[in-house]
Each structure stands twice: as structure tokens, then as C-alpha cells.
Design a protein around this ligand. Structure first.
Ligand code: ADP
Ligand code: MG
Length: 516
């Protein structure tokens, strides 16, 4: 009997030991996996790092590339496109103007009644329509006819308070946020698509003529007066209210920048320079590239799977279309190599663009002690239940790393522009004044007044900048870090919906009836 009891006890002890061993080994496995995930994170963080010296190299590279792009066609990956906008709105424009804004995910139509310096924007209305995905990769006719149709139904609903100037047709500012080679303010040839569009037969076409034809087919007497990029629209919209606005940057689905350049600096334009002595340049900075940009394996893999590999390198590191997917790729690596989300890799995580930047920013905004929101997003997007705090922390860190890198690089881009126009604090004030003359808002060359250039305002727009507060904060910190003392003269501010209304304002400022 004693032997039986002893035997049972031994068996039980052995079973308990085995169970304990299983528990211990499973804990050890989880720990080692977690360690592996943390190593992946650390490696990624190192590859993404943007210490000040590196950022300064990006700043310099941006300024150098800008210069090269202005000197000759194809001289840089930055297209530095002349826009033929040689004067920006002042505030005295009057009348009814329309804008059509084709930017990316959304398409907008807008009307605005302008009342001159006193009345300013008396009334405005807009409508936003999602672009049917099939039209983004369909034919040119279908795309422009869709825009004309939406515009036409919007015009049909023009209500009280909107009055075109008597005897004038309604004029339109057309915001078209893709690379266009302009030949005049109201004509331009599409060079290539970005942001997921691929309407092949539109490349090489005059996009103004294409839209104008579709509008006329619908029986409307409307004239497209100005073709502008969204950044140029934002610049115009910002300048309408604040004469210190010199630069506009969009951080939305894609990214781009425009600024006011001295006409003489645009050597590739030869003799056809505007009399005003200045011209707005559409940089198409999404295509900026420099060996100083911190590129990781995740960026390379993302680039290879886009429809425009090798292009828009800067955009793929800093804009809303891509940030979420960089995060997804790092999480996927952690899932595959370190079983971060359990033994199986969540199927949906294999899908490109399954994690949107809004999801990423939601997780990144999580201030709760248990990172509840991070857990919820992982559950809602990927069906991952019951994540531990340790896992959530790792996911949070990945979001933080991708956002911080993107924001600091965007800041370096802005400071690069400031450097190019002599507003980064490294030029002597007198030199800046005499070089830039009234282009930068200074009235008289070399005079005491001219040495006080005052503030430089950077007008920002785009869903990413507007809605991703941690991105915005990282950007601001990096601008101050880079500019040092000179940062007190630089204001980076949201200029909401400038792109739409800015195009209407430009249409007004170039129209015969715009300035009385
Ligand atoms: P578009 O660039 O298409 O003209 P927007 O300027 O409105 O349009 O920007 C939309 C983009 O902004 C989205 O594609 C997304 O990447 C980003 N975005 C929107 N909401 C958020 C958010 N809450 N957090 C971070 N990014 C966001
Ligand atoms: Mg836009």
C-alpha cells in the first residue's frame, strides 16, 4: 500500500514537474520571442534615426537640389516646376469664383463670393465627393467627365448670396495636385500620376483642355482661369490673409511644397521671366531623394510594391498614404520572426495598406496606462485579441518611430526651402534683403527698412498635418532644433482648405473682373 502511495506521489510530482516545465518553457519562449521583437524594434529605430547632423545634411541636400532643379530641366529629381503664378492674391478681389480640387482620395467643388478688402470672403460653400476607385485607374474621359458632372450639379444648386459679375462667365480655379508641366497659367501637361492614380491616357494631355471640353459638353459657360497645384493654392490662400506667407507645404495623402522664388533664380526659364520679378515654384518635393535619408528594409519593400517604384521616395517616408504601411511592414516582420501576435501571423497583416495612417495615429495618441486604444485597433483591424501590455508597447513604439522620422524629415525639407530663400538665419540680414528684394516682402533694396524682413510664414495643409498631433509636434520641435534662434522669425501654421479656396482666389486675381 505504502509503495502504491509512493508511486502515485512520484507520478503526480513528475506530472506537476512536466506541467511546470511546459509553463516555464512556454514563458521562456514568449520571453525570447518578445526579446526578438524588441531587437527588431531596436534595429528599426536605429535605421530610422534622424540626429541633428543628419537632418542638417538633408536640409543642405534639399537646398542644393532646389538650385539644380531651377538651373536646368531634369537637373534634379525635384522638378521645380514654374507655375506662371507671378502675383498672389492681395485681398481686394471681388465677385463669384469656383474651384475644383482634385487632390487624392477626395475631390472637392467650391464657390466663393469675394467682397474686396472690406468684405473679404462674404460667403463660401463646398462639397466633397470620394473618387470612385475605378476612375483612378480608368480612362481620362471618364475621370474628367466625372469631375464635370459633379461640378455641373453643384453649379445647378447655386443659391442666394452668390452673384457672378454681370456679363461675365463663371470662372474656375482648377486645383490639380499632380505633376504638371505648365505652359501658361491656364494650361499644363500631365507628366505622371502619383498617390495611386494611373489614368494612363491622360499623361501628356493638357488637363485644362480635357476638363474644359467635358464642362462644355455639359452645356456650361464656365472658363478655367487658372490651373494650380494644391500647394500653390495653399500658398495663395495663405497669402490672401497674411502677406508674410512665403512657403506652402501639404502633408495629406501625398506631400508637396511650393514657394515664392526670385524670377532671376529660375535660369531654366531663359528670358520668359515675369515682370513682377517673382514666380511661384511647385517643387514636387515628394520625389526628393538624398543618400542622407534614413531608408530601412521596410521602405525598400514598400517601394517595390507600389505602382511607381523608385519614384516619390521622400513622399513614401513622410506622407499619409504610406506611414501606416511602413508600420504594418515592421509589425509583420515581428509577427513572422518573433510570433509577436501569437503562433499565427494575422492574415490581414499580409495585405498592403491594411493599416491606414489614421489607425496608426489613433494608436499613437493613446495616453492610457494600459494602451487600451492600441489593443482595440489591433483587434478591430487585424482580429488580434487579448494583446499584452508588452506587445502594445512595442506596437506603440513602432508608430512613434515612423511618425517621428517622417515629421523630422518634413521639417528638414521646410528648413531646406528657408535656406534656399535665405530665411534660415544663416544669411546676413542685409544680404538677404538685397538678394531677395521685394520677393520676400522687403520694399527697398539695401535700405534700413529692407534689413527687417520680419516673419516668414509657412502655410501648412493636409489631413496628416491637421489630424496627427504627435506628427505635428515632432515637426515643430525639429524646425526649432534646426533653426535655433532664427526660429523666432518663422511661423509654421495650419492654413486650412487653402488649396480649394486658394485656386478660386487665384482665378479671381488673374481674371479681368477680379480687381477693381
Ligand atoms: P488629400 O491629400 O487626398 O487631398 P487630405 O489632405 O484630406 O486629402 O488628407 C487625407 C490623408 O490624411 C489621408 O489619406 C490620411 O493619410 C491622412 N489622415 C487623415 N486623417 C488622419 C488622422 N486622423 N491621422 C493621421 N492621418 C490622417
Ligand atoms: Mg488635398
Amino acid at each position: 500500500m505504502g509503495k502504491v502511495v509512493a508511486g502515485v506521489a512520484i507520478v503526480c510530482a513528475a506530472a506537476a514537474c512536466a506541467a511546470a516545465a511546459v509553463v516555464v518553457s512556454s514563458r521562456m519562449r514568449v520571453r525570447s520571442q518578445r526579446r526578438h521583437a524588441r531587437n527588431v524594434l531596436q534595429e528599426f529605430q536605429e535605421a530610422c534615426s534622424t540626429p541633428l547632423p543628419r537632418l542638417r545634411q538633408v536640409v543642405d541636400a534639399m537646398a542644393v537640389e532646389m538650385h539644380a532643379g531651377l538651373v536646368s530641366e531634369g537637373g534634379s529629381r525635384l522638378k521645380m516646376l514654374p507655375t506662371f503664378v507671378d502675383r498672389l492674391p492681395h485681398g481686394d478681389e471681388k465677385g463669384l469664383y469656383y474651384a475644383v480640387d482634385l487632390g487624392g482620395t477626395n475631390f472637392r467643388v467650391l464657390r466663393v463670393q469675394l467682397g474686396g478688402k472690406q468684405g473679404r470672403v462674404i460667403k463660401q460653400e463646398y462639397e466633397e465627393v470620394a473618387i470612385p476607385p475605378e476612375l483612378m485607374i480608368g480612362s481620362s474621359d471618364e475621370l474628367f467627365d466625372f469631375i464635370a458632372k459633379e461640378l455641373s450639379s453643384f453649379v445647378a444648386r447655386e443659391g442666394d448670396g452668390f452673384r457672378p459679375v454681370a456679363g461675365q462667365s463663371r470662372e474656375i480655379g482648377f486645383t490639380f495636385s499632380f505633376p504638371v508641366q505648365q505652359t501658361a497659367l491656364n494650361s499644363g501637361t500631365l507628366l505622371n500620376w502619383t498617390k495611386g492614380f494611373k489614368v494612363v491616357d491622360a499623361i501628356g494631355q493638357d488637363v485644362v483642355a480635357a476638363l474644359q471640353t467635358c464642362i462644355q459638353k455639359r452645356g456650361h459657360e464656365m472658363r478655367i482661369a487658372a490651373l494650380v497645384n494644391d500647394t500653390v493654392g495653399t500658398l495663395a490662400g495663405g497669402r490672401y490673409w497674411n502677406e508674410d506667407v512665403m512657403i506652402a507645404v501639404i502633408l495629406g495623402t501625398g506631400t508637396n511644397a511650393a514657394y515664392v522664388e526670385r524670377a532671376q533664380a529660375i535660369s531654366k526659364c531663359g528670358n520668359v521671366l515675369p515682370k513682377s520679378g517673382q514666380m511661384v515654384i511647385n517643387m514636387e518635393w515628394g520625389n526628393f531623394w538624398s543618400s542622407h535619408l534614413p531608408r530601412t528594409q521596410a521602405d525598400e519593400a514598400l517601394d517595390n510594391e507600389t505602382i511607381n517604384p523608385g519614384e516619390q521616395g521622400f513622399e513614401k517616408m513622410i506622407s499619409g498614404m504610406y506611414l501606416g504601411d511602413v508600420v504594418r511592414r515592421v509589425l509583420l516582420k515581428m509577427a513572422q520572426e518573433a510570433a509577436l501576435f501569437g503562433p499565427n501571423v494575422p492574415r490581414k497583416m499580409l495585405e498592403a495598406f491594411s493599416l491606414g495612417t489614421p489607425d496608426m495615429s489613433k494608436m499613437h495618441a493613446d495616453e492610457s496606462s494600459d494602451l487600451k486604444v492600441v489593443g482595440n485597433v489591433l483587434r478591430d483591424v487585424y482580429g488580434i485579441e487579448n494583446t499584452s501590455l508588452a506587445v502594445r508597447k512595442i506596437v506603440y513604439e513602432v508608430c512613434d518611430t515612423v511618425a517621428e522620422r517622417g515629421a523630422r524629415l518634413a521639417a528638414a525639407g521646410i528648413v531646406g526651402i528657408l535656406k534656399k530663400i535665405g530665411r534660415d538665419g544663416t544669411h546676413s540680414k542685409w544680404k538677404v534683403a538685397s538678394e531677395q528684394n521685394h520677393v520676400n516682402g522687403c520694399e527697398e533694396v539695401g535700405s534700413p527698412v529692407a534689413s527687417e524682413c520680419g516673419k516668414t510664414v509657412v502655410a501648412m495643409d493636409g489631413g496628416l498635418y491637421e489630424r496627427y498631433s504627435k506628427f505635428r509636434a515632432y515637426m515643430q520641435v525639429a524646425v526649432v532644433e534646426l533653426l535655433g534662434d532664427a526660429s523666432k522669425d518663422v511661423v509654421v501654421e495650419l492654413s486650412k482648405d487653402g488649396s480649394g479656396i486658394g485656386a478660386a482666389l487665384l482665378a479671381a486675381s488673374v481674371s479681368q473682373n477680379g480687381r477693381k
